[in-house]
Design a protein around this ligand. Sequence first.
Ligand code: FES
Ligand code: FE2
Length: 275
Amino acid sequence: MPDHEIYPPHPDSRTCHVGTYRRVLPVSLERMYENTLDWEHLPYVHAASFKAIQRIDAGSWGWRAETTSARGEVSIIELRLDRACRRWITRTLEGTNAGSEIWTHAFSIEQRRVDIVVDFFVPGVAVSARQKVGKAFAALYESLYDEDVAMMTERQRQLDARSETDQQASLQEGRVALGLRTDLALPMQVESGGRPYVIAEVDGELYAYSALCPHLLGPLHTATPVRGLVTCPWHGYQFDVTDGSCTSGHNCRLPVPPRVAQDDAGRVFLEVSSR
Ligand code: FES
Ligand SMILES: [Fe+2]
């Protein structure tokens, strides 16, 4: 079976079913549920589709939020997760496409392979137009899941790497030579004690900070710090790389990094303390 399939709308003219999208994703059901409940990533990971999101309510049941699409359309969207039925229903309560429902069923076929079946229901669409509308929804979901898979697989990779590092010895005391400061292409990524860090220059000083976001292990190394502030590409949390504090008001901070030192000859070192 191909990994992607698009089915035509239901032929029964009494339903408002406009189409189905089906795909096998290389992730666990746990990552899928996590992604489903994660309302915050929409304007960051799916910036081509969403400009902003304001949470109205959220919990283990799902979430309700006001979304602004990339075209500026405002909607109230509610997602309800039903774990017992391995499905979630996304309803547009108000705004563009109000009354539409997207039912997603997820079937775990291996530990890290999930078969998803997404049904699109849009009221008020003429039977003759359903196929076209269904195809547009399927194309949108194809690109949304491309973006989600990239995030979910990267998070899984970091979780796996973290548990391996935790099983090995923790950071060892010592100095890691990085080279002459004049030769360093900053910001640069380095590894120390099995953990990735970024070295960046802020106001003439060098700082090391975690390449992984403390929220959900987002890739901070892919974001360039601006005036000492780095913004995570997954949910927009922002951190001051000089002291690790979170400047976007979220309750987290960067872990304590190794210190960056420079000797009289201009050689740069990471100074690693034992822990
Ligand atoms: S992983 Fe969520 S803000 Fe970085
Ligand atoms: Fe997503």
